[in-house]
Write a protein that binds this ligand. Structure first.
Ligand code: ADP
Length: 360
């Protein structure tokens, strides 16, 4: 840019000189030629021919050349000015880009630091949660052991104490389950707990898992439907059991008028879908996308009266995602029409159709 501008500058300087010198030279050339021709050779000084030729070649010609050169010089000058402006704008833009880049680099650095801080806090939170739940588990095991010991002589206790014992047992079981779930999820989040996946034949798995719930409750019915020959799912048995129990218990909790709770397993392409459907209070559409978040409890048909922490579905999501599966809900939101919670899991790739006979 610098050399280009210098070149243009010298061209303009040369043009300024040529603009004046060339017409003068042309004037003298024309004058000497016309003088020679008319005065020296033809001796007819100031004849009309001499005057008109002098006017054309000595005046109009040089003046035209002068004007053309002036036009070229002016154009060059404007070009030079435009170039300088472009150069200045370019320099300014480069400066601004450099400034913004530096700002962005600065912001990026700050974001990175904030991110690292958040990550560190998150790790701290997970460590704290797993420490607390770990510390709670030991006394809970002792309490459960004590309750079971007393429960062996339950029939010798007066009726009121038996009822208190039952409540103690239920609450302690619930607390143990909650603590175990919190511990599992915090370990999953920090990558310290890897699901141990294996093939699960769903018909025997679901029937055995839900047997106790099928027989003990009577204001609703639980049906299990897993077709013969259904391929095995590839999942962690303990975690899948936790998820199914969680969903079925929710169906029981949120179906105050009872009704059928059906648990079905079926194949969809290369996945197994387990669905738990109830005829309970349903879930309004606006709440459905929040259900799987921590501590979220939908305000569906005054469910606040039902005991809960809003953690069960969050645990389910975490446990299922750790097994490369998905979980979702469908519900019209109308009471009595209930909801359907579904879980998808990968099919066991080692599955052979003949295995159905041995596993069912
Ligand atoms: P909790 O039941 O302890 O509140 P969950 O995470 O299991 O926590 O469930 C979150 C919310 O989702 C519940 O508070 C309830 O509003 C809604 N919910 C879950 N399952 C059902 C269901 N089967 N029918 C209606 N609402 C449900």
């Amino acid at each position: 840019m610098e050399t280009q501008s210098q070149q243009r500058h010298s061209i303009i300087r040369v043009l300024t000189i040529v603009q004046w010198i060339l017409p003068i030279i042309l004037f003298f050339l024309a004058a000497s030629f016309e003088l020679g021709e008319h005065i020296i050779y033809e001796h007819d000084s100031l004849s009309p021919a001499f005057i008109s030729e002098m006017a054309i070649f000595g005046v109009i010609g040089p003046v035209t050349v002068w004007m053309v050169l002036r036009w070229v010089r002016r154009n060059q000058k404007q070009l030079e000015i435009a170039n300088i402006q472009i150069y200045e704008m370019n320099a300014e833009l480069e400066g601004r880009v450099a400034e913004r880049t530096a700002e962005l680099r600065d912001k990026n650095q700050k974001l990175k630091e904030a991110n690292e801080e958040l990550q560190a806090l998150d790790d701290l939170k997970s460590d704290f949660v797993s420490l607390v739940s770990h510390e709670l588990r030991a006394p809970l095991t002792n309490i459960n052991g004590g309750i079971e010991l007393i429960a062996r002589h339950k029939d010798k206790l007066p009726e009121r104490k038996q009822a208190v014992l039952d409540i103690l047992r239920d609450e302690s079981e619930r607390l143990t389950h909650l603590v175990q779930n919190i511990l599992d999820v915090s370990l999953l989040e920090t990558g310290k707990l890897q699901p141990v996946a294996g093939p699960i034949a769903l018909s025997p798995f679901l029937n055995t898992l839900l047997k106790s719930r099928m027989h003990t409750q009577n204001y609703y019915t639980i049906t299990v439907n897993a077709p013969h020959g259904l391929p095995a799912a590839w999942a962690d048995e303990t975690h899948l059991a936790d998820v199914v129990i969680n969903l079925v218990d929710n169906s029981i909790k949120y179906s105050p008028d009872g009704g059928e709770i059906s648990v079905t397993a079926q194949q969809a392409d290369d996945e197994i879908i387990i669905a738990v459907q109830d005829r309970g209070i349903g879930i309004p559409p606006y709440a459905q996308k929040h259900l799987f978040k921590q501590f979220y409890r939908a305000n569906n048909n005054n469910n606040r009266e039902v005991y809960g922490h809003g953690l069960g579905l969050y645990f389910c999501r975490k446990l299922i995602e750790a097994q490369n599966g998905k979980i979702w809900v469908e519900s019209s939101g109308a009471p009595g029409e209930g909801s359907t919670f579904s879980v998808s899991l990968p099919i066991c790739e080692l599955w052979d159709d003949n295995d159905a006979d041995t596993l069912d």
